[in-house]
Ligand binder design. Structure first.
Ligand code: FMN
Length: 325
């Protein structure tokens, strides 16, 4: 089932936005076609943007990584926003600017409040959503302070607002669901990018670049003993050993498949390490069968499990190393 994040876009002491966001959340959780989670920006105190543009999904600050994971876990959003000076609250814009790929190919709807129902804030948010490849749905809930709030502070929405909210939620759920196949495509591209990074890391003998491709608790069933290598250090030790044999490393991957489901993905293909040995002799290497399991940690896709193997000859018990894909 898809997950919709209801983002509370005001962190101001004495804010009225929490009443509005709770109203949205309470209504939404009666539905059975999606799960809804309330995201309070007070729980994500981000600095003014200090990150590079988030197109790679790799972030330097712990707080950004936590925020990225929160956004990545959602398939769509309801942005609950006030209007400040005819525009979007700075705290909401800052949170939107902090990450990028995590917003992409999802849907967003708006519940706004203010003197004129927050309409001008939403008009500007629609432009921001366009830049983030976040599809904005047309139905909208606009809550004027003068009519929907007692003393402009106590939220008392008219019953007709529930129909507007239901329509908004219908659209956000439908669009978020419809965009799911495209999101899987994005994920596959990101995973193939990670695998390219591994191939580059091997060719450059760059252990630190390789480290970024594995989860800290990776369990690797490599061709080399022992039976398993647990943790990034153990996995990298294996690659470091390979590098001691080769002056120049090449790595070829064939017939790679990637299948994504939610935050997990599996891939398989045939891999071959070859190159020039330290004694100057060219080595063709052998083709191995490689299987990868990736997990999206919110910090990008990393390998949590891999397996490399060759078939063995039952009669001799020896590995068969001369097969070609
Ligand atoms: C800095 C600031 C600027 C505001 N500017 C506008 C405005 O331009 N238009 C408007 O309709 N309301 C404006 N308001 C009123 C807010 O919409 C209203 O105070 C609302 O309750 C703010 O949401 P919050 O309490 O959840 O922070 C402004 C409020 C603040 C604090």
């Amino acid at each position: 089932m898809i997950t919709i994040g209801i983002v509370l876009g005001s962190t101001r002491p004495g804010r009225v936005g929490d009443q509005v966001a709770r109203w949205v959340h309470e209504r939404a959780t009666r539905r059975t076609d999606a799960e809804f989670t309330l995201i309070d920006l007070r729980d994500h105190p981000l600095p003014h943007l200090e990150e590079p543009p988030g197109f790679s999904g790799e972030y330097q600050d712990e707080r950004t990584r936590a925020w990225a994971a929160t956004v990545a876990a959602c398939d769509g959003f309801v942005l609950v926003t006030p209007e400040y000076n005819h525009s979007v609250p700075g705290v909401l814009k800052n949170a939107m600017d902090h990450v990028h790929v995590e917003w992409n190919t999802k849907a967003a709807g708006f519940v706004s409040y203010g003197g004129v129902g927050g309409a001008r804030s939403v008009e500007q948010l629609r432009l921001v959503c366009g830049a983030l490849q976040l599809a904005d749905v047309a139905p909208q809930v606009t809550l004027p302070l003068a009519t929907e709030f007692e003393n402009r502070t106590v939220f008392k929405p008219g019953d007709h607002q529930l129909a507007a909210l239901d329509l908004l939620l219908d659209h956000v759920v439908a669009w978020s669901t419809a965009l799911a196949p495209l999101r899987r495509g994005d994920a596959e591209a990101a995973i193939r990018g990670r695998i390219d990074a591994i191939v580059d890391g091997l060719r450059n003998k760059d252990l630190e670049a390789l480290r970024r491709c594995y989860a800290p608790d990776v369990v690797s069933f490599d061709v080399e003993p022992p039976l398993q290598h647990v943790g990034t250090d153990a996995k990298l030790k294996n690659w470091a050993k390979v590098f001691t044999f080769f002056e120049k490393v090449d790595y070829e991957l064939r017939d790679l498949t990637v299948t994504v489901s939610g935050d997990l993905a599996v891939g398989h293909g045939f891999g071959r390490v070859s190159g020039i040995l330290t004694n100057g002799v060219a080595a063709d290497g052998m083709w191995v069968r490689a299987t990868f399991v990736f997990r999206n940690t919110g910090d990008g896709w990393v390998i949590v499990h891999d397996q490399a193997s060759v078939p063995f000859d039952m009669a001799t018990g020896k590995g068969v190393t001369d097969l070609e894909p």
